[in-house]
Design a protein around this ligand. Sequence first.
Ligand code: GLN
Length: 541
Amino acid sequence: MASKLIFVTGGVLSSIGKGITASSIGTLLESRGLKVTIQKLDPYLNVDAGTMNPYQHGEVYVTEDGAETDLDLGHYERFTSATMKRINNVTSGQIYQEIIQKERKGEFLGGTVQVIPHVTNLIKEKIRQLMSTDVDAVIVEVGGTVGDIEGLPFLEAIRQLGAEVGRSNAIYIHVTYVPYVKAAGELKTKPTQHSVKELRAIGIQPDIIVCRAERSIPSAVKKKIALFANLKEHEVVTAKDLPTIYEVPLVLQKERLDELIIEKLQIPTNKEADLTQWKEVVNRIKKPTEGSVRIAIVGKYVELPDAYKSIIESFVHAGAANNVKVEIKWVNAEDLTTTPAEELLSDVHGVLVPGGFGERGIEGKIEAVRFARERKIPFFGICLGMQCAVIEFARNVAGLKGANSAEFDRDTPYPVIDLMEEQKGIEEKGGTMRLGAYPCVLKEGTFSFKAYGRKEISERHRHRYEFNNAFRETLEKAGLVIAGTSPDGKLVEVVEIKEHPWFVAVQYHPEFKSKPMNPHPLFVDFVKAAKAIRDSREVAS
Ligand code: GLN
């Protein structure tokens, strides 16, 4: 059987959880034994998300093969077992870049190059690249909302593709928002009506409407939406707000969304969806039996949690694994340069310094490391957080006064973090960092080895700077543990310190690989260490 296509579009407004809906459809189909993959079509003109500021776009999610993608791909991997690759995120920027390169080479043989058919053909080709005999369904999420000018070529392409593969091989699911207007005491269907109208004007008749709403949508309201959209009542599905995103597949299953999809696409499966394990995790997320731990994330985008999406989700998974709720205390790194760490961090059971770029907030992050190291509070450093841990250790333990990363201070006497050899001479910004999965070998007896339970691991990277080997001996002599390196021993990927409850700093991004059912071992052990500190403080007081 060739892959079936499930197109997911959005209406009314953005951020209504289209990505979670697409992911949950993946979960549901997988739970019926089907093989799925998910693709995101992003209408913006950036070639990828890599050059975008987190304020604009939230986290940049890195795939195994080193693509810098939209954060929705993180949800796709967390909700399904599909491995995301470069082809799973297609942007207008990529499409136009490819077309213009071809045009310059003269490959259009003198023809006029146009949105239809050239742009739409290439979009269709990108979707077809994921269709194969070993994938039962390709879920394609179109970014933005119906009605956006820049999204038109994508909608036109999915309209054409649906017609090409035929009725029972493609369906259109439209995700909309049904607001509750307090003053009227009513759920309002008008915005949904308008967005369906907009979709129809482009030539797409939705097969299913998923209504996001604060509360359950009563039958009468569903009927009204169905009437305007040419659908039956059961083809209008509610997805109301939930305490955790991981509950969405369960609720959509109750609304029989998977049954509907399978029926419409005539997918031969008689297997019932089995979500037993998924339910167990959701239960532990919602009702952890062992209280909560408080963990500080010391970063510079603290008012914008989307910038740290995968880290937040990793804590949800690790919390469930430890049967605790992880409360995140957002600490603005810059505040640590004006307010004593004692005041900002003494109530937390763990400190995490995440990745980042640029000088702002650096001294505050280094101060957070010092506090966690000296006060023996579990510490987890990720990417820039690892680099800050090395700088702190160099300055305050190894006595290298003024040590810094060459990224922030070109004239530092001790550049303990320096530009990677392979990065020297690179001028272009997009897609040029050290990106994607690389192997790493851990040292036995370390916190990391204990967490992973094995020596050889593979993790994803996104950086230009690295531990400077010129200082390796000095720092090791002062007590820094080099707990993980590249297999040839040349690149330092993990550092730790001893005589501490838990202090691990990694050059890579473990958060990209954590899943609800397969929580990342470093996050699990970090939360476990935080829990132990919490308990020991309770005994002491
Ligand atoms: N700015 C640092 C580097 O490029 C860290 C990058 C990161 O944290 N992702 O090496």
